[in-house]
Design a protein around this ligand. Structure first.
Ligand code: CP3
Length: 336
């Protein structure tokens, strides 16, 4: 929390995106008994996997176990996590008539299971480990809604954006209104910081980001309960960093395609940064891991406001012992 506010810290704090996941035996054991969506909707199991990851790794923050796509269900989106395929949306939004059919999320009570998981996690965590809430950013959610799943070229998303800007902005505004309410409900339940995941926004040109995305991400961030730090994260965003900064956030997430010192310079030293180890370095020998972690810490240069993280989520086959080793290395080498 102090690093989010760019205050002095005794050592560089670290947590890892997707720290509760399939690379961890404890997660796979819980997950074997239930589907992914059922796990997300079961507050005591979601709290258990959240807390287990923190205890196993020794990280400095928890992120609530959930998924960015859950908020789509109350909008009328039919969501499934198909075995081995990732998310599938059976009724994608492709045109103005589809946008018209989306439901305004007046009341975010449909996601009560997330708030209950947050309450249970908060009471199970040690008091000095903060709990992060999160949502997908409007563009990344719109891309899933339009494509119907993951995508390589985002053709359907961009087609809607370019051919019917009115429908696009209406959809993005509807998503953004839901996200503000959703984040504030997570905060009311006990989330102490919140993160926007704009995982796929790096497919856009800077001019398209400014026109089609920036106002919507900005409105979500502006409507977050005052005083709660916002982490604004994306990948492939080397060309978008100044614009993401303009959209808002107390902490800007950097991926590994930009040097941490260059990225920080570009977003400005008056915001904090999070990042930015390549998740694949966790597959390398530990001396390589140490050298790469050190390089990032050196680039942070002892400045206040660096949260160590990967540049994107942990991959499913990652060796757990290397993740634990990384946490120890950062704590040891990042000592102020
Ligand atoms: O970080 C954490 O530990 C919290 C949990 C978390 C999950 N998803 C759990 C999950 C978070 C923060 C997310 C966010 C999320 N979900 C993102 C943004 C982060 C990113 O990586 O860019 C995205 C794009 C999604 C959508 C999503 N959910 C996809 C594309 C997939 C399938 C990918 C895959 O690897 O199979 C998921 C499923 C998912 N979300 C899993 C987990 C642990 C794996 C599901 C399983 O157990 O089978």
């Amino acid at each position: 929390m102090r690093a989010c506010r760019r205050e002095a810290v005794p050592y560089t704090p670290i947590w890892l995106m997707r720290q509760a996941g399939r690379y961890m035996r404890e997660y796979r054991e819980v997950r074997a008994k239930t589907t992914f969506l059922e796990l997300c909707k079961n507050p005591s199991l979601a709290a258990e996997v959240t807390v287990t990851a923190v205890e196993r790794l020794g990280v400095d923050a928890a992120i609530i176990f959930a998924d960015i796509l859950l908020i789509l269900e109350p909008m009328g989106i039919d969501l499934e996590f198909a075995q081995g395929e990732g998310p599938v949306i059976h009724n994608p939004v492709r045109n103005a008539a589809d946008v018209e059919r989306l439901r305004e999320v007046e009341d975010v009570g449909a996601l009560e299971f997330v708030y209950e998981a947050i309450r249970q996690t908060r009471s199970a965590l040690k008091p000095d480990v903060p709990l992060i809430g999160f949502c997908g950013a409007p563009f990344t959610l719109a891309s899933y809604m339009t494509e119907g799943g993951g995508s390589k070229n985002y053709v359907k998303t961009k087609q809607l954006m370019y051919d019917d800007p009115g429908a696009w902005h209406a959809m993005m505004a509807l998503i953004s209104r839901a996200l503000s309410k959703y984040l504030n409900a997570q905060i009311a339940a006990g989330a102490q910081a919140v993160q926007l995941f704009d995982s796929w926004v790096g497919c856009l040109s800077p001019d398209d980001y400014r026109e089609f995305v920036l106002p919507h991400s900005q409105s979500v961030i502006r409507n977050v309960t005052p005083g709660v730090p916002v982490i604004h994260f994306g990948t492939g965003t080397t060309a978008l960093l100044e614009l993401m900064r303009e959209a808002g956030g107390d902490v800007i997430g950097l991926d590994w395609r930009v040097r941490l010192d260059d990225g920080w310079q570009r977003v400005g030293h008056d915001v904090a940064v999070m990042g930015n180890l390549d998740p694949v370095v966790l597959f390398a020998k530990q001396d390589v891991l140490r050298a790469q972690a050190k390089r990032i810490l050196d680039q942070a240069g002892g400045r206040n406001g660096h949260i160590f993280n990967l540049g994107h989520g942990i991959l499913p086959e990652t060796p757990v012992e290397n993740v634990i080793a990384l946490v120890e290395m950062v704590h040891e080498m990042g000592r102020g």
